[in-house]
Design a protein. Sequence first.
Length: 327
Amino acid sequence: MTRYVPAAILCIALGAESSLAQAPPKIDPLAAQRAARIFGSSRVIVSAIDAGSLPGVTLAVRLAGGIVRRPLPIIDAFLADVPNVVLLVLANNPLIAHITLDRVVSGSMERTGPTIGATAVRQELGYDGTGVGVAVIDSGVAAWHDDLSGGGSAQRVDRFVDFVDGRQAPYDDYGHGTHVAGIIAGNGFDSNGARAGVAPNARVIALKVLDRDGRGRISDVIAALDYVVANTAALNIRVVNLSVATGVYESYLFDPLTVAAHYGGLIDGYVMDDADSQMAAMLDLPVETTRILMQNLDDREALAHAVLDFADRIAVRATKWMTGGHS
């Protein structure tokens, strides 16, 4: 179907290219470039100044020849196909806060390693997870995946245990576990290393606790943690990844899942002494919480400053530190 643009709007648009330098800040650079085109339309996100203005903005877009495609209520906006010649006109509408080109996105892991420093650690220090076992407590793993290979035909999935159906051969009927294993230990084989994981030579111990719908029971997770404890030395398990969630209904001191994580060795190797108990009292924290914080930090003064700095950042007055009272 042919759509016609009102002549008055077309006349305004004819000068769009020369006016791009004065394009209102309410339109992003990519959409501003599209505004220089006389023909065609662009898919854009049109944001209103507030939720109450959305009906007026919707009407303005439709009167300008646009087609509303999808509401985006979380940002008081909607997706629309809008003729390029009217983009600048709409950007000047007082009810419109911003117009943004609906940019293309794609799956990517290239930036993850450099962002968290894993790439630099591998290149400069040589740490790539070699010999380290990582227990992935999730939905299983597709062990045949090239990115989990050892550079040849050998896979780096050293053990698979199915706490859901008791099957012997590795599998992942939900996909999440394989995804997580790739982020941790994928070597980027299928992308020539571009999408390598954090520790591309680590060994994977896949413990399946989630079914094909991504659901499981905390008892299965606890059983998986028990397996980790029993096989830590044999498989050199140094890291446990738990990308699962469940409701919280009682203190972590009593919840069986957190108790298992504690006594199962996820939080281990540190014994509270009198100084730690005093630190807990000064910071007004439970002794167990302070024990966790102190586990890998020998400098108690540094811990105190770190906690107080964090409290200051969220505008909490740590008056007990100074006066022994409560804010």
